[in-house]
Design a protein around this ligand. Structure first.
Ligand code: ATP
Ligand code: MG
Length: 420
């Protein structure tokens, strides 16, 4: 038997209800704040990701699913959404009328990492972007949206972590003092970080290996390297987070894995997922639109890891599995014909009814109603037909009432809707 690919997974019907609920809750919230959905392709030219995410990042160095198509052009399964949304914004000149555009998208991403709990090779993200706004209030709004969403989904034990990466100028200065420091502790770093120290030193701050974390306890803080403008920008973010009563922690080690970030970066972290503590992450990336060939416009955004959000949300998954409102146990050919029509009539009016098509005994049909977790059962056979009634049974209370066949669909609609 053929099994699925390692790191990939099926989301089965019993779990999908919760996924849909989370997606709907997120989308309703984003729409209420003026974000519009954009759908982007699952594959892009490899160059798009290599250029935007950065050659020395984990994603580009070792995690991308890249292969030549039949003509030899290199294409990549998207590892994230931002690069494609920026490409689309530039390609369709979406900035022409008004550079301020707000987007969201939901869909799968692909990264070839070591699979473990909360880490898959195909995973899902909800991605949100604001283009064209320089004000740090855009960053605050994004963090606020995450805060509200996590609250609506009853996610326990989460906190916003924020940091500022400054502008390219501040970063250059910081890079120098950081590399000086890293050189003094080089022998205590993991092999990856000894290499990163020269290629992408900021990334060392993000290393999860315990000995690296230890070696970094005395590392200089990027916040000490911020220029006046960047410092003020970060102060404004904090002032507004406080005014909105959003709990947050400043985490000067938070650099995130991609090259394109500047100024405010943030993550929503949870204590529930071990090393996979980031449920969402994002920040500002003011240089990316121009770097990919567009006008010089600022941008900020975040991505939520939907797989992780499903794992940590405080909602009961089984509540979102839709059980039938009614199971019709029809005995005999005449009843079955009627039952089939009622199912159709009820279905188009929004009542989910099921019927057994196999002409089984009353006992086994009632068992089936139980297995389906139907809220009600309707029993109808030849003797009920001759009396012009059917029996409606509440499967929880076991109460039964006779209801007339005449106008039965309307009666059922009324009773079942009352019960919902
Ligand atoms: P991590 O540090 O956990 O690897 P990341 O910084 O690589 O995360 P981002 O690129 O910021 O992740 O993506 C945003 C979110 O997507 C993450 O916060 C996480 O919730 C989720 N995510 C990232 N990679 C995976 C994966 N392989 N499987 C499941 N979710 C993921
Ligand atoms: Mg990662």
């Amino acid at each position: 038997m053929i099994q699925l690919i390692r790191g990939f997974r099926d989301i089965l019907p019993g779990d999908v209800g919760l996924w849909q609920h989370i997606e709907r809750t997120a989308i309703d919230l984003f729409r209420a704040f003026g974000f519009h959905e954009i759908r982007i392709p699952i594959m892009e030219k490899t160059e798009l990701f290599a250029r935007s995410i950065g050659d020395t990042t984990d994603i580009v160095e070792k995690e991308m699913y890249t292969f030549p198509d039949r003509k030899g052009d290199l294409i990549t399964l998207r590892p994230e959404a931002t690069a494609s949304i920026v490409r689309s914004y530039i390609q369709h000149k979406l900035y022409a009328q008004d550079p301020v555009r707000k987007f969201y998208m939901v869909g799968p991403m692909f990264r070839r990492e070591r699979p473990q709990k909360g880490r898959y090779r195909q995973f899902y993200q909800i991605d949100v972007e604001i283009f064209g706004v320089m004000s740090p209030l855009a960053d605050v709004q994004l963090i606020y949206l995450l805060h509200v969403l996590f609250d609506r989904l009853a996610v326990p034990d989460t906190q916003a972590h924020i940091n500022s990466l400054g502008c390219p100028e501040c970063r250059r200065g910081y890079r120098r003092v950081l590399v000086d420091y890293l050189n003094t502790v080089a022998d205590r770093l993991c092999a990856d970080c000894r290499r990163r120290k020269d290629t992408n030193p900021l990334r060392v701050l993000d290393c999860k290996v315990p000995r690296c974390r230890e070696a970094l306890t005395g590392a200089p803080s990027i916040l000490d390297s911020l220029c006046d403008d960047c410092r003020q920008d970060f102060d404004t973010v904090q002032e507004h987070l406080t005014r909105l009563e959003i709990p947050y922690a400043v985490d000067e080690r938070l650099v995130r894995g991609l090259d394109y970030y500047n100024r405010t970066t943030f993550e929503m972290q949870t204590g529930l997922l071990g090393a996979q503590s980031a449920v969402a992450g994002g920040g500002r990336y003011d240089g990316l639109i121009e770097m990919l060939g567009g006008p010089s416009l600022p941008a900020t955004g975040f991505a939520i890891g939907l797989d992780r959000l499903v794992d940590v949300c405080g909602l009961e998954g089984s509540r979102y599995y839709k059980s039938p409102d009614l199971f019709i146990a029809a005995l005999g050919e005449a009843s079955q014909k009627l039952a089939f029509e009622w199912v159709c009539d009820l279905g188009i009016r929004g009542i989910q009814a099921e019927v057994d098509y196999q002409n089984r005994s009353l006992k086994s049909q009632m068992k089936q109603a139980g297995r389906h977790r139907a809220r009600h059962a309707l029993i109808v056979g030849d003797s009920e037909l001759s009396q012009g009634t059917a029996i409606l049974r509440d499967m929880t209370s076991k109460e039964q009432v006779d209801i007339p066949l005449d106008g039965i669909v309307d009666t059922l609609l009324q009773r079942l809707n009352e019960d919902k």
